[in-house]
Design a protein around this ligand. Structure first.
Ligand SMILES: C[S@@+](CC[C@H](N)C(=O)[O-])C[C@H]1O[C@@H](n2cnc3c(N)ncnc32)[C@H](O)[C@@H]1O
Length: 262
């Protein structure tokens, strides 16, 4: 099946889009997990929960695969944008937006009701990440998968250093929350070990860990946009580096797939 998403898809020239360079690794792992679940359950349409799904960067492409996606997000603006985006993509009937947060998740959705749960870019912003992961895991049916994506500490250190902000880089390196200073808009970052520990404490088996955006945020955009074949080569490089712990340590984001064993 062709890639269903305008976000993850390729431009008319077939050059990977900027957005796809940043998300291809996550999308590939997620799509494989969804396909495995379809095969294991015999259901064509899975129940998917996207906690903090925002305006549907992932929810809409997942719905375009035919799955039913519930997005729980505290932001009315994001939910409004989600509704519009789902309608434009022709999947309004498969996407449900619900106002709520991961802390009070079970005020708005049921436990053990979902084949796959996404928690992308949310743990950075919650007061208690362990509770967030526990709730996300508790929403899964037995044998379901949790897709966890969060900002990586090492990527922030490297990015600040390459921008010449050495004191901020050092601050992020030493700070328990991985922040580079008071002006840092991200409240918390993680190491692969921390994410693995959170998933393990929530009772999940660790399926795979990937580094996301190892290089994509560091190379000049003009180089990728103008050099023939550069975007494709960068995409392949990101995919090859994603599984290597040494590159995960410097990735902008970390992705973890956790499995809930029956
Ligand atoms: C960086 S965006 C990520 C959006 C989407 N998951 C994605 O990957 O594109 C963070 C999202 O988390 C939501 N959020 C913030 N605090 C939250 C909480 N306590 N529970 C659930 N979602 C939250 C925000 O409203 C926002 O939509």
């Amino acid at each position: 099946m062709p890639d269903p998403s305008p976000v993850f898809g390729r431009e008319a020239s077939s050059r990977p889009s900027r957005a796809s360079l940043r998300t291809a690794v996550v999308w590939d792992v997620l799509k494989e997990a969804l396909d495995r679940r379809v095969e294991a359950t015999g259901k064509d349409s899975l129940g998917v929960l996207d906690t903090g799904g925002g305006s549907g960067n992932f929810a809409v492409p997942v719905a375009r695969l035919g799955h039913r996606v519930t997005v729980v997000d505290p932001s009315p603006d994001a939910l409004f944008a989600l509704e519009r985006r789902a309608a434009e993509a022709g999947v309004a009937d498969l996407v449900t937006g619900v106002q709520g947060d991961i802390r009070g998740l079970f005020d708005v959705v049921g436990r053990e009701e979902y084949d796959t749960v996404l928690c992308h870019g949310v743990l950075e912003y919650v007061d208690d990440p362990a509770e967030g992961v526990r709730n996300a895991a508790a929403a899964l049916r037995p044998d379901g998968s949790l897709s966890l994506l969060a900002a990586g500490v090492g990527g922030a250190v490297l990015a600040r250093a390459l921008a010449g902000h050495f004191t901020e880089a050092r601050h992020a390196l030493d700070d328990p929350a991985g922040r580079w200073g008071a002006g840092d808009p991200v409240p918390r970052r993680f190491t692969a070990e921390q994410l693995t520990e959170l998933a393990g404490e929530a009772g999940l088996e660790i399926g795979a860990v990937h580094g996301v955006r190892v290089f994509a945020d560091l190379v000049p955009g003009a180089l990728v946009d103008t050099e023939p074949g550069a975007a494709e080569a960068l995409l392949k490089l990101e995919a090859a580096a994603a599984e290597l712990p040494s590159f995960q340590a410097i990735a902008t984001q970390l992705h973890l797939l956790g499995e809930k064993r029956a």
